[in-house]
Every structure is written in C-alpha cells, then in structure tokens.
Design a protein around this ligand. Structure first.
Ligand code: ADP
Length: 487
C-alpha cells in the first residue's frame, strides 16, 4: 500500500530551508524499496546556519521562566497529538515497524514533552551551609547552551523528544540531525514545534550528510554539548571529536542484552514478554534480547514455546492490517543477520525455525528476514559478542546462577538485561551483579519518560529520561556572596 508523502525542507531559524547547494536525497521504504519523499542533503554550511539560529535564540530562551517554557512545550505536545496518526504512518513507511508499534512510539514522543515541561519547574539549586562567616554559598542551575543531537532511525520520533524535551525545558536550544533513513518523521515532528510558535531557532533540524554535519557540530565552539544515540563506533568518534573543545557529551550506544530465564521462571509470563521484546521492531532495538540464557531444566520447554509464538508472527509491510513484524532497515542489515546465523550454524548451533530471507510475492521488493530461533549456542560464536539487530533468538543453556551471571557480563556492552525468576532474593542479587544500566525483572518494559535510560561500559555515558536526563543539560554555578553582618 503506497501512499504519497510530499517532499520536505529542513527546519532551522523558524523557517523551512533547502540545502544551501540545493542537493536532495530520498528516504526509502524498506518494505517495498519505494522512495517515500525527497529531503535536503545538507552539509557543514547548513549545520552552521542552524547553529547560528540556535545560538541567537539561546539568550532569550534561557532567560524565560521555566513555567513559560513549559507552557510552550505542552503546546508542542498538543500539536504532536494532532499529528499523531500522520507521524505514525510516516514512521512505518520510513522505518518499517508495524503501524501499531509506531503508534506506541508516539505515546512516548508526546509524554516526554509533558513530563519534562513539568520537571523543568523543579530544576532546583540550593543554599549551602557556609563554613565561612559573612558569606553565603548559592548553587544555581543553568542550561548548558546550544546542544547538538544526533539520532538513529529505529525510534525516529520518540528519540527526538527524549533529547529535545529536557534540553529545551531547562533553557537550552538544539540542532538535531535525524538519521538518513528517517528524515521525514523528524521534519514532521519539527513542524509541531513551529506550529506551537516556539521562538525561532530554539529547535532546529538539519538533514543530510552525517559526517559533515557531525564535524560541523563538533568543530563549533558555540555547541556546548552533544547528545548522541547510535552505534558504539560513531559514539567513539564523537567522544574523540568532543575533546577539542571539551564539550559535554552523552552517548546511548549499542547493547547486547542478556535475558536469563531461571529454573523457577513463570513461563506463562516470561515467554510472551521475551518474545515481544525479541521481535519488537524486528529485533532492531538497542535493548532487544541478544543472548537468551535458559536453565537446562526448562530449556526444551522454552524452545518449544518460543517456536509456538514465532509461528503466530505475521511478517510483512507494517502498513498492512494484522502484520506483527516488518522488514529490516537496509540490505546491509539483512546481510549481517544472515552472516551471523550462518556462522552460528556452521559452528554447531541448531536451527529451530527461520534462518532465511523472505523473498518473492509480497516480500519481493522488501528487506525481510524470517523470525529465527537457534539452540545450542556457544560463547565463542559471533552472535554472542555482537549486537544482532535482527529477528533472531539465540538460546544458550546454563546450569547455575553464577555461571549465568558470568556469561551475561562477558561482553564489553552494558545497556539492558532481563531476568525471569519467582525468587525475590535472586532477583535482587542478580540485578546487583549484572553490569548493565538497566535490568528488567519479570518484565521487559523498561522505558518511560520518568525512568533513567542508559548504559555502562561501552554502551554509553549519561542517562536519558527521568531527573537524570535533565541533569545532562544543566550546569551548576556556584555564587559565593559576601553578606556584611549589619548592626
Ligand atoms: P546505525 O548503525 O544504527 O545506523 P549509526 O551510529 O551509524 O547507527 O547512526 C546513528 C546516527 O549517527 C545517524 O543519525 C547517522 O547519520 C549518524 N552518523 C553516522 N556517522 C556519523 C558521523 N561520522 N558523524 C556524525 N554522525 C554520524
């Protein structure tokens, strides 16, 4: 089902702009290879123009009251509410996830704006008890300044407000670069900011050449902070680049989430949760289940039940009614999944279901890979150490709690982990020992506007969401004041 979406310009300084050199590129629907629409292919000069706008807007925006900024942000949320379905459809056309998942994403997109609008009114500083007579110590909170944000394609709308809402709420301004796969979604979200009459330059979106725009942000002293979500590889590059001007930086990078099903798991709850997590967005999420550790005593039962779940999945174009899993984002992604599955099989893993591209018929022009289950997985296999980012559930057997924890921690990443057990002491003990930023216990829904989301080790620096997410955009300033004793 193809639908025509108009070409779009990028948005900065309160208006719509073509690339300064007029270049454009197309965003492509992974379900059918059709071009969704054309957008400007901006570069360094376009990024600088957007930073000019954000820099010019910063003084007035940061001096407004938090309550005033909050009102405007609630208004952006209302505009997004009005565009909810249009944006959800665009997400599905650009990114491929089923429409129901895109609609869910819009909930978080809007909620982040409301929550941070409220929270910014509580960005308190403090009076500090002073050891020196006739002096007072005041710690005040101030916005960092102009922020650069770079986001990936897999959560193309919610990721925008996860970064922009806390930044704008505390008085920062922002230049955001969406992923090249999902620019139209970002430009529709940007339109909501314009319609809400946010002052020109407070929020800006530049589409185009990632390295050129990234370098322009890094090289510009006026950009005081970078917030990035994406691969560890690009995160490392940005961390290095931010050294030149000592920019603040927060990074949400790759994960390699372990899921541990202990022998006392309640499988009626665990299996639907595990499978929902694994096949959400066709496995293309940084918090997706990457390694599934199953206690030997329940292994075969778990494998059978996951297989039964997979049999009910309906793969296809996410715009079609009843589809529960969409395509992968690009050809390279399909190739990577294929390589990982083949390598595991060549080294002894057993294929329970799937293990192939879906081609022909309605799959002919899309990038579909069958939901796949592998058993007999071993630690040395590539899939154990690498993020799959595809619909493959690899099952590893374990015998003891200690063994499972060691295996779970045996990767350089540490974003999310999940455990299933009915033993509360074990749930707490294992949560403490897992080297990750987040742990789901008998639940896989770990995200909320209120919750600090982020990783440890090579999964990132900083948190997004919750109070911690606001801290990322605040500086602390000490003001020491002489107070004469008086009469
Ligand atoms: P993924 O593999 O999920 O696409 P990437 O890290 O490649 O992850 O992309 C995430 C975001 O980073 C995208 O917006 C992409 O355009 C951007 N990006 C990619 N390379 C660079 C770069 N060299 N500098 C700045 N941003 C980049």
């Amino acid at each position: 089902m193809s639908q025509k979406i108009p070409d779009r310009k990028m948005m900065y300084g309160g208006g719509w702009h073509s690339a300064l050199d007029g270049a454009t590129f197309g965003s492509v629907n992974p379900a059918n290879a059709e071009v969704v629409a054309q957008v400007p292919l901006g570069g360094a000069a376009d990024a600088r123009a957007a930073v000019d706008a954000a820099h010019a807007a910063f003084p007035a925006w940061s001096r407004r009251t938090a309550a005033d900024r909050a009102l405007l942000m609630h208004r952006v949320a209302d505009r997004l509410e009005a565009k909810r379905e249009e944006i959800a459809v665009t997400i599905t056309m650009e990114e491929g996830k089923p429409l129901a998942e895109s609609r869910n994403e819009m909930r978080l997109t809007i909620d982040s704006l409301h929550w941070y609008a409220e929270e910014a009114r509580r960005a308190y500083g403090s009076w500090i008890p002073d050891p020196v007579p006739n002096r007072r110590l005041l710690s005040m909170r101030q916005p960092v300044g102009v922020c650069g944000a770079i986001i990936p394609w897999n959560v193309p709308a919610a990721m925008i407000t996860r970064k922009a809402a806390p930044a704008l709420a505390v008085g920062c301004t922002m230049v955001l670069k969406p992923a090249e796969q999902t620019p139209i979604t970002a430009l529709l979200v940007a339109e909501a900011f314009l319609e809400a009459d946010l002052p020109a330059g407070v929020f800006n979106v530049v589409t185009g050449d990632a390295p050129a725009i990234g370098q322009a942000m890094l090289g510009d002293e006026r950009v005081r902070k970078i917030s990035f979500t994406g691969s560890t590889e690009v995160g490392r590059l940005l961390l290095r680049g931010s050294a030149e001007h000592i920019k603040r930086i927060s990074l949400e990078l790759g994960g390699n989430a372990p899921v541990i099903l202990f022998e006392d798991s309640d499988l009626d709850k665990a299996i639907p949760a595990l499978c929902a997590l694994k096949f959400l967005n066709a496995g293309q999420a940084c918090i997706s289940a990457n390694r599934i550790y199953v206690h030997a005593s329940i292994h075969d039962a778990v494998a059978e039940r996951v297989k039964a779940y997979v049999a009910k999945l309906r793969v296809g174009d996410g715009m079609k009614e009843g589809i529960t899993m969409g395509p992968l984002i690009e050809a390279q992604a399909v190739e990577k999944v294929e390589t990982l599955v083949n390598e595991a099989r060549a080294r002894g893993a057993e294929l329970l279901v799937g293990g192939e591209r879906l081609t022909g018929g309605t799959y002919a022009r899309g990038l579909f890979y069958a939901p796949t289950i592998l058993t007999g997985m071993k630690p040395g296999m590539r899939m154990a150490g690498q993020e799959i980012f595809g619909p493959v559930a690899p099952l590893f057997k374990f015998e003891s709690e200690a063994e499972a924890v060691v295996a779970a921690n045996d990767v350089p990443y540490g974003l999310a982990a999940y455990i299933f057990t009915e033993d509360m002491a074990r749930a707490i003990r294992v949560s403490e020992r897992l080297e990750t930023g987040m742990v789901g216990v008998n639940d896989v829904r770990i995200g909320a506007a209120e919750a600090p989301f982020g990783g440890v080790k090579q999964s990132g620096i900083g948190r997004e969401g919750g109070r911690e997410g606001m801290e990322e955009y605040l500086e602390t300033k000490l003001v020491a004041i002489r107070v004469d004793p008086g009469a």
